[in-house]
Design a protein around this ligand. Structure first.
Ligand code: RTP
Ligand code: MG
Length: 140
C-alpha cells in the first residue's frame, strides 16, 4: 500500500512539559518518517480553519485559547497507514479514557476538567490530512 501523510501537532501542554522529543521518538520508533517540522504560536485565523468542524461548539473558545497559550510543534509524518496508526498511538481524546501506553494515556498532565489539554493532534482522515497539511505547511 502507498505511503500516506498526516499532520501531527504537539499542543502547548506537550511543549510546556518538554514532551516534544518523546512524541517524535514514539512516531519514529513505530517506523514513521518526520518529513517536515516547525514550531509556532498559531493565529486565531489558522485555528479557525484547522478546527472548522468545531467552530460554534461550546468548547471552541476554550480550545482556541488553549491552542494559542504557547508554541505548538507541527509535523508532517509519512508512512503506510500513518493516519489511523497515529490516532492509535495518540489514544482516546479524553486523557482520562486514553489507554496506558498511548501518548495521551501516558503523557497528559493537565487532565481532569481540561479535555482539550491532550498533548497531541492527529488528522482523522485522508481529506483532513490533506487540508491540514496545506494549512500548516503551505509550501509543501
Ligand atoms: P484532535 O483533533 O486534536 O486530534 O483530537 P480528536 O480528533 O481526538 O478530538 P476532536 O473531537 O477532533 O476535538 C478536537 C480537540 O478539541 C478538544 N476538545 N475539547 N468537550 C471538550 O471540552 C472538548 N472536546 C474536544 C480536544 O483538545 C480535542 O483534541
Ligand atoms: Mg479531531
Amino acid at each position: 500500500m502507498a505511503a500516506e501523510r498526516t499532520l501531527v501537532l504537539v499542543k502547548p501542554d506537550g511543549v510546556r512539559h518538554r514532551q516534544i522529543g518523546e512524541v517524535l521518538r514514539r512516531i519514529e520508533t513505530k517506523g514513521y518518517d518526520v518529513v517536515a517540522l516547525q514550531m509556532l504560536v498559531p493565529t486565531p485565523e489558522l485555528l479557525e480553519k484547522h478546527y472548522e468542524e468545531h467552530v460554534g461548539k461550546s468548547f471552541y473558545g476554550v480550545l482556541v485559547e488553549f491552542m494559542m497559550s504557547g508554541p505548538v510543534v507541527a509535523a508532517v509524518v509519512e508512512g503506510e497507514q500513518v493516519i489511523p496508526a497515529f490516532r492509535s498511538l495518540a489514544g482516546a481524546t479524553d486523557p482520562i479514557k486514553a489507554a496506558p501506553g498511548s501518548i495521551r494515556g501516558d503523557l497528559a498532565r493537565d487532565w481532569g476538567t481540561k479535555v482539550q489539554q491532550n498533548v497531541v493532534h492527529g488528522s482523522d482522515s485522508p481529506e483532513s490530512a490533506a487540508r491540514e497539511i496545506a494549512l500548516w505547511f503551505p509550501s509543501l
